[in-house]
Write a protein that binds this ligand. Sequence first.
Ligand code: GUN
Length: 299
Amino acid sequence: MSATSSKTIILEGAPTAKSIIEDLSIKIKEYTAAGKRKPALAVFLVGNDHASEVYIKNKIRACGDVGIKSQLQHYANNTDQFQIMKALAKLNGDDTIDGILVQLPLPSHLSTEEILNAIAPDKDVDGLHPYNLGLLFAGRKGLQPCTPKGIMALLADYKIPIAGKHAVVIGRSNLVGKPIAALLLQQNATVTICHSKTNNLPAICKEADILVVAVGQKQLVDKNWIKPGACIIDVGIHRQTDDQGKAKIVGDVLFDDVKSIAGYITPVPGGVGKMTVAMLMANTVFAYEQHLGVGASFM
Ligand code: GUN
């Protein structure tokens, strides 16, 4: 990875995501032509978080594109834990539902842990149930969290070498930081996980051949943190309003500044986000094949 600024490759998620969606769509058409039912995904949204509403809209639109039936269960912000648990139990027992997704974050009066634990592991298309996280950390096949899985698919599609490289991950969430570290390790990267208590963070990042930034701080990372030619994966999504009052979406990385030195960089929007949605579709089709009994077993 010794690209100079003029050769920086933008890791666009759209073409990779589109090709995954097309493949899945063909697969579903083949199943339905053979008389099988369509795959089905149930999506839970609690409250009115604007960002969550946008993500959900994109996920439901993708279901339509790929041929997955979707149902949205939208609950008021003050819905209690018992009501959500009851609805999840019903879907767990419904043989026509393949995937269940609970959009995060949940309102603070709800227990995220208890709710994620209540999703049947074979329908856990977000890969956040402890059973599926256990399979992931054991290096075994299963449902994997969508953003980390999407990052790996993007790296593969752009043929970014991983084995032997130093990968630095900023962020230790169950949603992104910990699983992406495990997936990079499985592909023989040497992985460092950084977080809010890490000393000398910029210096550690400057050692990275692959830097995954999932820290949730607007434009934190600038070019002084970057090894020339490195591959930068930006997982952040933030709304920013410019001096004219125009809103735009930015990431955790100061894109133009870092692009001037990186070898590869994901844009925001248009990078990792597209891959997250494509992987949700892939996980739903994977769960569907398990339920039809036509996929390779992993349970
Ligand atoms: N909130 C932000 N990203 C995600 C995701 O990948 N899955 C869920 N369920 N919630 C999220």
